[in-house]
Design a protein around this ligand. Structure first.
Ligand SMILES: C[S@@+](CC[C@H](N)C(=O)[O-])C[C@H]1O[C@@H](n2cnc3c(N)ncnc32)[C@H](O)[C@@H]1O
Length: 255
C-alpha cells in the first residue's frame, strides 16, 4: 500500500488528536526507552517527544515516504524502516505506542502478548484502532465496493481492516499479565464538504481500494461515486459542511 504524507497531513490536527488522547491514558512519568510503531510522518511521535523530552524515542514505519517526512521534521528520533508484523523488541521498552496502525496488521493480537512479555516492569503498551461502526464515509465505501458494478472492476478486493472486540483485547492482554484500561471515543469532525470527507479516506482506508483498481480513470470514478454517496448520507451543517463521525477504541496495558 502506498502512503502520501502530504495528503495524510491535510487533516493533521484531527488525525493527531487520538494520539494525544491515547498518551493521556499512559501514566509513565519518565520512560527511558519509547517506540512509536506505525509512526507515519512523525505526528504521533512529536506528541511523545513533547511529553518526554529526554527519552530515547524510536519511530518505526514500513512506508519510506512517510519516514522521509518524519525525518525532515525531527532529527532527535531514531527513525527505522520496518514491518510491525515482524518487529521483535530488541530490548525492554518502557512504552510501546501504536496509534492508528494495528488495523493494518493482520492477526496482530498474539503480537501484543509477545511485546508485553518483553517490556520493562511498569511499562505500558498503548494502542488505538478503529471501532465499528466507523463513519458514514467508511459505510458508504463498504456498500459501494460490494455493489455488482464496482465488485466487477476490482482484480481482487483488499481484505478489510482487522480489529478485535474490546473484550478480546482485554483477554489477550490480561492473559499476558497486564492491567488493562480501554475506552471508545467518537470524534465529530466538521469538514468543508463531502469531497473533504473523501480526501480524508483517500489518505487511509480508501487507499487499498484505489491501489487495487487498474487505472486512474477507474480511481477517479470511485472517488466521485463515494463523494455522491457521502453527500447523500452525511449529516449536513450550514454551508454544505458535513459532520464526520469517527469512532476509535483506545487500549492501555500496563505490565
Ligand atoms: C494511519 S497512519 C498513522 C500515523 C501516526 N501513527 C498517527 O498517529 O497519525 C498508519 C501508518 O502505519 C504504517 N503501517 C501500516 N502497516 C504497517 C506495518 N505492517 N508495519 C509498519 N508500519 C505500518 C503506514 O505506513 C502509516 O504510516
Amino acid at each position: 500500500m502506498t502512503w502520501d504524507p502530504a495528503l495524510y497531513l491535510r487533516f493533521g490536527d484531527e488525525r493527531t488528536q487520538p494520539a494525544r488522547d491515547l498518551l493521556a491514558g499512559v501514566a509513565h512519568e519518565a520512560p527511558t526507552s519509547v517506540i512509536d510503531l506505525g509512526c507515519g510522518p512523525g505526528n504521533s511521535t512529536a506528541v511523545l517527544r513533547a511529553r518526554w523530552p529526554r527519552a530515547h524515542i524510536t519511530g518505526l514505519d514500513s512506508s519510506p515516504s512517510m519516514l522521509d517526512e518524519a525525518r525532515r521534521r525531527d532529527g532527535s528520533i531514531a527513525w527505522v524502516l520496518g514491518d510491525v508484523a515482524r518487529w521483535i523488541p530488541e530490548h525492554a521498552y518502557d512504552v510501546i505506542f501504536a496509534n492508528a496502525v494495528l488495523h493494518w496488521v493482520p492477526a496482530h493480537r498474539p503480537l501484543l502478548a509477545s511485546w508485553l512479555s518483553r517490556m520493562a516492569e511498569g511499562g505500558a503498551l498503548a494502542f488505538q484502532v478503529p471501532q465499528p461502526p466507523q463513519s458514514v464515509v467508511h459505510e458508504a465505501l463498504a456498500t459501494l465496493v460490494a455493489s455488482a458494478e464496482w465488485r466487477a472492476r476490482f482484480r481482487e478486493l483488499p481484505p478489510p481492516p482487522e480489529v478485535a472486540a474490546p473484550a478480546d483485547y482485554h483477554a489477550t492482554l490480561e492473559g499476558a499479565g497486564a492491567r488493562v484500561a480501554s475506552w471508545v471515543t467518537e470524534y465529530h469532525h466538521v469538514l468543508a464538504d463531502a469531497a473533504a470527507a473523501v480526501d480524508w479516506v483517500r489518505a487511509t482506508g480508501l487507499r487499498p481500494y484505489l491501489d487495487a483498481l487498474d487505472d486512474d480513470d477507474a480511481r477517479a470514478a470511485l472517488c466521485r461515486a463515494l463523494e455522491a454517496a457521502v453527500a447523500a448520507r452525511s449529516p449536513r451543517l450550514a454551508g454544505g459542511r458535513v459532520l464526520f463521525a469517527f469512532r476509535r477504541l483506545f487500549v492501555v496495558a500496563t505490565r
